[in-house]
Design a binder for this molecule. Structure first.
Ligand SMILES: Cc1cc2nc3c(=O)[nH]c(=O)nc-3n(C[C@H](O)[C@H](O)[C@H](O)COP(=O)(O)O)c2cc1C
Ligand code: SF4
Length: 329
C-alpha cells in the first residue's frame, strides 16, 4: 500500500516522517541509532523522499532524548554543509530537507496518526484508519511514516543489495531486528539478531542465561500492548508472525526477561497501570475498560478474587482489543 502513492503524482505535496518517539518501557534501540549514527537516518529519509517525490521530512523525537536531539541537529547542519540535504542535492533537481519536532513523552504519540496530529500542533490522539497516512497523512497529504530502525536499514540495503538483506531472516520477516534485552538476564543491552533466531538462543547464548542459576519464566515483548512468552515457547523462531501466533508481538523491540521469582500477576498489573495512565481517553473501551481490568487484577492480588474472574478478564480484554481505536487498548 505504502508504495502506491510514489512516482505517479510527482507534483503532489508528500511528506516523509520518522517515528523516534520510542515509548516502550526499557527500549532504547532508536536512541542508540540516533546518538551513534544520525546520518544513517537522515540519508535514508532523503532516499525515501527521492523515491516517493517528497521534499520535506520530519523526525518526531521525544524531548527526553537531549543527546540524540543535539546530535541530530548537528548532523542536519553537517548534511547541509556537504550537500546531502537542502536544495539541489548533489547538483540534481532534487531538493529535500528535514526538521525535528519534539514530543513531550505521551506514549500514545508514538502511534502514527497521533504523531501526525502532534506535528500538526493538535492534541496527540489517534484517529480511525482508513484513511492511512500513506493516503492522507501529515497536513492531509500522503505521508511515508516509518520507525528509526526501518530507515537506518535503507542505506545498508542500497549499499549491499536486497539479496544480502533478504538472505537473513524468515519467509515473511527479512533481515535483522534489534532488541533491548533487560530484566533477569546476565548480559543486558542491545542485541541485533537475524529474524528467525529462537528466544532460547537470545536468552541463553547471547544473553548469558539467568543470573544465580534461576529458572527462566517468561520474556515480555511488544511493550505494553504485547505479551509474555513462556518457557515452553523458547524454541519458537522469533519473527513478526510467530510472536503474534504465540500471544505476543514484536513491537519496537523491548525484551524483558523474567525468572522464577517474578509474579506474572504483578507483571500484568505493571503493564496495565501503564496502559491506564497512558490511555488518551478518546475511546471508552480503552479509557474505561482498561481501568476495570486493573480493578479486577487488584481484587485478585488483594485476595478477594472469585471464581470466574479470570474468564471475565479474558473476555474484557478481547472486547477492548476489538473495539479500541488504536493498539494501546
Ligand atoms: C500506542 C502505540 C504506540 C506506538 N509507539 C511507537 C513508537 O514509540 N515508535 C514507533 O516507531 N512506532 C510506534 N508505534 C507504531 C506506529 O504507529 C507505526 O506503526 C510505526 O512507527 C511504523 O514504523 P515501521 O513500519 O517502520 O515499524 C506505536 C503504535 C501504537 C498503537
Ligand atoms: S485505544 Fe486508548 S489510547 Fe488509543 S485512541 Fe482509544 S483511548 Fe486513546
Amino acid at each position: 500500500m505504502k508504495w502506491q502513492f510514489a512516482a505517479n503524482t510527482p507534483n503532489e505535496i508528500k511528506y516523509v516522517v520518522c517515528n523516534a518517539d520510542e515509548g516502550d518501557p526499557g527500549a532504547f534501540m532508536d536512541r542508540s541509532v540516533l546518538e551513534g549514527d544520525p546520518h544513517s537516518v537522515l540519508e535514508s529519509m532523503a532516499i525515501a523522499g527521492y523515491a516517493i517525490g517528497a521534499k520535506q521530512g520530519y523526525i518526531y523525537i521525544r524531548a527526553e532524548y537531549p543527546v540524540a536531539v543535539k546530535r541530530l541537529n548537528k548532523a542536519i547542519e553537517q548534511a547541509h554543509e556537504h550537500g546531502v540535504l537542502g536544495n539541489n542535492i548533489f547538483g540534481t533537481d532534487f531538493s529535500f530537507d528535514i526538521e525535528l519536532r519534539l514530543g513531550s513523552g505521551a506514549f500514545v504519540c508514538g502511534e502514527e496518526t497521533a504523531l501526525i496530529a502532534s506535528i500538526e500542533g493538535l492534541r496527540g490522539e489517534p484517529r480511525p484508519r482508513p484513511p492511512f497516512p500513506a493516503v492522507k497523512g501529515l497536513f492531509g497529504k500522503p505521508t511515508l511514516l516509518n520507525n528509526v530502525e526501518t530507515y537506518a536499514n535503507i542505506t545498508q540495503i542500497i549499499l549491499k543489495g536486497a539479496d544480502w538483506f533478504t538472505s537473513m531472516g524468515t519467509e515473511k520477516s527479512k533481515g535483522t531486528k534489534v532488541f533491548a534485552l533487560g530484566g533477569k538476564i546476565s548480559n543486558t543491552g542491545l542485541v541485533e539478531i537475524p529474524m528467525g533466531t529462537t528466544l532460547r538462543e537470545v536468552v541463553f547464548n547471547i544473553g548469558g542465561g539467568i543470573p544465580g542459576g534461576k529458572e527462566f519464566k517468561a520474556a515480555q515483548t511488544g511493550g505494553p500492548s504485547g505479551g509474555c512468552i513462556p518457557a515452553e515457547k523458547l524454541d519458537v523462531p522469533i519473527d513478526y508472525d510467530n510472536l503474534i501466533s504465540i500471544g505476543s508481538m514484536m513491537g519496537s523491540g523491548g525484551m524483558i526477561i523474567m525468572d522464577e521469582d517474578n509474579c506474572m500477576v504483578n507483571i500484568a498489573k505493571f503493564f496495565l497501570e501503564f496502559t491506564v495512565d497512558e490511555s488518551c481517553g478518546k475511546c471508552p473501551p480503552c479509557r474505561i475498560g482498561t481501568r476495570r481490568m486493573l480493578e479486577m487484577l487488584e481484587k485478585i492480588t488483594d485476595g478477594r478474587g472469585e471464581e470466574g474472574d479470570l474468564e471475565k478478564l479474558e473476555s474484557l480484554a478481547e472486547n477492548i482489543k476489538a473495539a479500541a481505536l488504536c493498539g494501546l487498548g
